[in-house]
Structure formats: structure tokens, C-alpha cells
Design a protein around this ligand. Structure first.
Ligand code: NAD
Length: 259
């Protein structure tokens, strides 16, 4: 019997085959989990619908822009009819306008700052609330999100997203406290840099960042996206049943190095 046989999950944040969420989807599916997906807007619909055909079985795909409460409500209504219950929700969503990300935090606009918080941090709260009635039915409900070390220390070039990730990590702890009595765990994976659409397109000096991580990290290399997926597998499964409110670093140890 596979580790996640008979388990059901929903994944927010697949844009294309390079997405961290897609690597997680493949690992979770290989372990036997049945998955549903959402996509942000019509632009990504085709890409996500095509990708999911690579997975065995049926994978429902629903539209969901996480800034829309109506769309969030609709997703969980549909999941209620299609799946009946949920064992895992993966939130792998973040956004800030490139021009906002590029400038120092001190120059960020109110609108840009709030948009980054709304999409990158508040969305976890809204999704966890929406999923609660379905996750409660599981004996091992698990909510996962993706964060980055720029939440803890200043990563030049990360700017207002660092503040949004700090907020996201605090949301993980408060949500873990709120949902613990329902048997639902909430954790974050703090991934080292991975070459994806969001990273390369949004973060100034991303190539330099990759090189710096590889040079400084104890393991002297960058992570493979499959290593993030394996951590997601651990946290989503019974193997992680005692872990909640945690930020698990999958970064080849980069975060332990001072100088
Ligand atoms: P990605 O571009 O593949 O994924 C980002 C996703 O966010 C996309 O699917 C996009 O559609 C979605 N999104 C943005 N705005 C949305 C909205 N309003 N509604 C719904 N979805 C929306 O890039 P990725 O690198 O795989 O990013 C996934 C997560 O991993 C993000 O939270 C990112 O901050 C985090 N992360 C990435 C890295 C890295 O180096 N790539 C490192 C650590 C953490």
C-alpha cells in the first residue's frame, strides 16, 4: 500500500511544469494521493489542464484567483461535491508587482505592499478557513505553504516579499493554533532558490542569488525541486503527524550559516 493511498488533496499554485507546486503534485500523486488543482485566471487554464493529464486518475481543475472570496467559496463547494473530504491543502502562491519588488521596502507603495500581503499571506488564511470543514473530516488534515528565508533575514532584492513571507510564517503559527483542536496541522517549507517563473521573473539578481546559495550552503549546492516535494510528502503524510506550526528549511542548510 502506498503512503498516501486513499488520501485526497488540493493544490493551489501550479502555473507550469517548473512550478514548485507541480513537483509536489507529482510526488504526492506517486505516493497515491488523488489531487484537485486550481489555476489563476484563463491565461493558465490550458497549461494546468494539460499538465494534470500526466497524472493517473481524474484530477478536477477549478478556477481560483485567491483575491476573490467568491471564487474561493466556489472551489470548496465543488471540492465538497467531488471529493467529500480533504486530507491536504497545498498553498504555493505568491505575488508582488515587479516594480514593487525591485525597490527597497522604504519605497514600496501602500497598494503594492497590501497586494503582496493579500495574495502571498492572507490567501493562506482564507484558503485554510474555506478548507476547514473538509479537512476536519480527515484523521490527518494537513495545510502546507511555501516560504523563503527572506522572511527571517534581509535578502537584498526580496524587499516587500520578505515582509509578506514573515507575515505568512506568522499566519502558519496562528493557524496551527486555531486548527489544532480540529486535528488539522499547518506547516511551511522554507525552500532555497528554485528557478521558476515567479523567481526568475520577479526577483532582481536571481541568478546571483542561486550562485551565492550554492557557495555558502553547508551542502555546497542548490536544492533540487524534488527535495521540496519530498518534504511536502513527509508533512502531508502520517510520517509528519506530530509536526505543526513549523517552518521546515529545505535549503541545503543555508539558513544556519552566519559567516
Ligand atoms: P510559480 O510562478 O510557478 O508559482 C507561483 C504561483 O502563484 C503561480 O501558479 C501563480 O498563478 C500563483 N498566483 C499568483 N497570484 C495569484 C492569485 N491572485 N490567485 C491565485 N494564484 C496566484 O513560482 P514558484 O517559485 O513555484 O512559487 C511557488 C511558491 O514558492 C511561492 O509562494 C514562492 O514565494 C515560494 N518560493 C519560491 C522559491 C523559488 O526560489 N522559486 C523559493 C522559496 C519559496
Amino acid at each position: 500500500m502506498k503512503l498516501l493511498e486513499g488520501r485526497k488533496g488540493v493544490i493551489f499554485g501550479v502555473a507550469n511544469k517548473r512550478s514548485i507546486a507541480w513537483a509536489c503534485a507529482k510526488a504526492l500523486s506517486d505516493a497515491g494521493m488523488q489531487l484537485a488543482f486550481t489555476y489563476q485566471g484563463d491565461r493558465l487554464r490550458e497549461s494546468v489542464e494539460k499538465l494534470v493529464t500526466e497524472l493517473p486518475g481524474e484530477s478536477p481543475v477549478y478556477p481560483c484567483d485567491v483575491t476573490s472570496d467568491d471564487e474561493i467559496e466556489r472551489v470548496f463547494d465543488q471540492l465538497g461535491s467531488d471529493f467529500g473530504s480533504l486530507d491536504m491543502l497545498l498553498h504555493s502562491v505568491a505575488f508582488a508587482k515587479k516594480e514593487e519588488l525591485e525597490k527597497g521596502l522604504v519605497y514600496s507603495s501602500r497598494e503594492g505592499f497590501l497586494e503582496a500581503q493579500n495574495i502571498s499571506a492572507y490567501s493562506l488564511v482564507a484558503l485554510a478557513r474555506g478548507a476547514m470543514p473538509l479537512l476536519e473530516k480527515s484523521d490527518n488534515g494537513s495545510v502546507l505553504t511555501m516560504t523563503y528565508y527572506g522572511a527571517e533575514k534581509v535578502a537584498r532584492g526580496y524587499n516587500l516579499m520578505g515582509v509578506a513571507k514573515a507575515s505568512l510564517e506568522a499566519c502558519v503559527r496562528y493557524l496551527a493554533s486555531d486548527l489544532g483542536e480540529k486535528g488539522i496541522r499547518v506547516n511551511a517549507i522554507s525552500a532555497g532558490p528554485v528557478n521558476t517563473l515567479a523567481a526568475r521573473g520577479g526577483i532582481r539578481g536571481f541568478t546571483k542569488m542561486l550562485a551565492h546559495h550554492a557557495e555558502q550552503a553547508p551542502l555546497r549546492r542548490n536544492i533540487e525541486v524534488e527535495e521540496v516535494a519530498n518534504a511536502a510528502l513527509f508533512l502531508a503524510s502520517g510520517l509528519g503527524s506530530g509536526v505543526t506550526g513549523e517552518v521546515l528549511h529545505v535549503d541545503c542548510g543555508f539558513n544556519i550559516i552566519a559567516i
